[in-house]
Write a protein that binds this ligand. Structure first.
Ligand code: ARG
Length: 587
């Protein structure tokens, strides 16, 4: 038997293969193999229990049949992976130390780690629609979630072999531009002299413009007129709108660059403005959309709420809206990218919108036999301040993302300064950048994204607990072992003896669980499954390191322990990178 990179996957295959031609089994049997509580071996397959129940057979009898067939087949070498029946019909598997050691020797590079995941996303074309801020406004703290969750999900999907298109569906078209253009003209605001305050000033202009249109009906009429001119392609207004988009995106890009995020496409709402008419036409022809009170709407009669509260796709005044654009966007992505799945990383508060959008698309595609892409709303909760309400600045404004990032880096600098004052300035700055950015990112990804969470500087910059500094420190600790021993951390050693101490074995098994953590994160599109795993791994490593001395005289023992260190480093760094964190040589 070869050493299996992904024993979970391979054993499952063996079980399926064997039961295929085994009497009393049929194709409704699934092994359901999982990493188990260490008391019950290393892996447990409990699929026989549900199969027996459903086919009204005795599970123990089926398990015995299966074991007998496995023995006969010789597909699993019991010297490497032993197996037995337990309880009413579980099958427990246990890795031998020889297997674990060989596995460690085999998994040496990041690309081998990739083979550990066997996700259904492989080779699929996936659009991840994330970040997607609105132009003419600065990014605020609310945008961090979509940006970092979206980036991490994109990296995870790519890691498992998907073809990912990162698309920033910015809000760059809409009624707000009438007001903004009016205000810019009134103030003679210069859109050609741009600095890092320009976007903030535009945001201010928009606010004062809105106030003005509320008090003054002439200004309101002017704003409406500017909007109509813009929509009709008036060159002056189009020119201004283009400059506003450019100024906005320049600032967004600065932040994306800091966060290590880049997009394959930036197809904002404006891109779809000339792709709207066929949507109305086709939805009316398919009898999915209907007129109601002068608007064009889609009712979902089967739905308890949307039967009365329809999805409005054309407003009473004839204008398109957010819904229309999203429908056109899906049609475009299907046609241009042959997309298999679209993942929207957007705040939970937009759940109704996406639910109605997806229901409409379901109906639309069921009228033709075109393959429908899977549509998934990856929703997330709110970042809260100490008071349990959405986080705000003292003056009640949303916290700007740029300010938040700068503060994180400054605070991290103070931590570095106090821990390691002797480092050269340049290095201190870089460490502060990596810790600061890592901290805001990690605190977010470490939560189940569905929940709200309370933002706390102390918690996220702490070296204890499930935090970025703790994990980044674990990485530097391993790096320093190799630095001090003057050995390449990409260590391969043929001569390592088999692992044998409990802490070595625990660490090897934990490392083997990396693939499952990735697969779980991907199957639920929740990066926190990966971060919990990395945190546990760092803990198991720490126990190993405090118990088993690495640099010992016995060359064979030293070699296998260095190998464990090297593989832990590989998994930790790869995992952190999938969450979007950079790692450090020392800190
Ligand atoms: N611009 C929107 C907002 O700020 C988010 C867009 C999300 N993507 C989408 N295809 N609807 O709320």
């Amino acid at each position: 038997m070869d050493i299996w990179l992904n024993p979970l996957f391979e054993i499952e295959k063996v079980l399926l293969g064997i039961t295929e031609d085994l009497e009393y089994f049929n194709d409704t049997y699934t092994p359901n193999l999982k990493i188990s509580d260490p008391r019950f071996g290393d892996l447990q397959a409990d699929g026989i229990l549900s199969f027996a129940k459903q086919s009204k057979q005795n599970p123990r009898f089926l398990a015995e049949l299966l074991i007998e067939a496995m023995n006969k087949s010789g597909k699993i070498d019991p010297k490497l992976i032993s197996y037995e029946i337990s309880g009413p019909g579980f099958i427990n598997f246990k890795f031998s130390n020889e297997f674990l050691t060989e596995w460690l020797k085999t998994v040496q590079t990041k690309s081998q780690l990739k083979d550990l995941c066997h996700s259904s996303y492989r080779k699929k074309c996936i659009v991840v629609d994330f970040s997607s801020p609105n132009t003419a406004k600065q990014l605020h703290v609310g945008h961090i979630r979509s940006t970092v969750i979206g980036e991490s999900i994109s990296r995870l999907l790519e890691f498992c072999g998907a073809n990912v298109i990162r698309d920033n569906h910015i809000g760059d078209w809409g009624t707000q531009f009438g007001i903004l253009i009016m205000a810019i003209k009134k103030q003679n605001f210069d859109l050609d002299t741009v600095d890092d305050q320009t976007l903030a000033k535009l945001e201010q202009l928009y606010k004062s413009g809105t106030e003005l249109t509320k008090e003054n009906s002439e200004a309101l009429a002017e704003a409406r007129n500017e909007l109509v001119k813009l929509q009709n392609g008036d060159p002056e207004n189009i020119g201004m709108w283009e400059k506003i988009s450019k100024i906005s995106y320049l600032e967004f890009e600065g932040i994306y660059k800091m966060l290590g995020v880049s997009f394959d496409k930036v197809l904002g709402e404006s891109f779809y403005r000339d792709k709207i008419d066929p949507i109305y036409k086709e939805l009316i022809e398919a009898k999915i959309a209907e007129e109601s009170d002068g608007a064009l709407v889609v009712f979902h009669l089967e739905h308890p709420r949307f039967n009365k509260q329809p999805f409005i796709i054309r407003k009473q005044d004839g204008a398109s809206n957010y819904a229309t654009t999203d429908l056109a966007t899906i049609m475009f992505r299907v046609k241009e990218f042959q997309v298999d799945e679209i993942i929207y990383v957007v705040d939970s508060r937009q759940s109704d919108h996406f639910e109605q959008l997806f229901l409409t698309i379901d109906k639309w595609f069921s009228t033709s036999n075109k393959p429908k892409p899977t549509l998934t709303h990856v929703k997330f909760g709110t970042i809260l301040g100490d008071d349990g309400k959405a986080i705000k600045t003292r003056s009640g404004e949303p916290v700007k993302l740029k300010a938040l990032i700068n503060e994180a880096i400054q605070r991290a600098y103070k931590v570095v300064e106090s821990k390691n004052p002797g480092l050269p300035d340049k290095e201190k700055n870089n460490i502060a950048r990596v810790i600061g950015l890592g901290a805001i990112r990690y605190i977010d990804l470490q939560q189940n994204r569905i929940s709200d969470y309370i933002f706390s500087w102390d918690k996220m910059l702490s070296f204890d607990g499930n935090t970025a500094p703790y994990l980044l420190y674990a990485v530097t600790r391993i790096r320093s072992i190799f630095r001090k021993a003057a050995i390449d951390p990409e260590y391969y050693c043929e001569q390592a003896s088999d692992i044998e101490s409990i802490t070595e074995i625990d660490l090897a098994k934990k490392l083997l669980g990396f693939g499952s953590a990735i697969n779980q994160a991907l199957s639920e599109l929740k990066p926190h499954h990966l971060s919990s795993y990395l945190f546990e791994l760092a803990g198991v490593f720490s126990t190993f390191y405090n118990t088993d001395k690495v640099i010992v005289d016995d060359a064979l023992v030293k070699s296998r322990r260095l190998m464990l260190c090297s593989r832990t480093l590989l998994v930790l760094e790869s995992g952190l990178n999938l969450l979007g964190l950079e790692t450090l040589e020392r800190m």
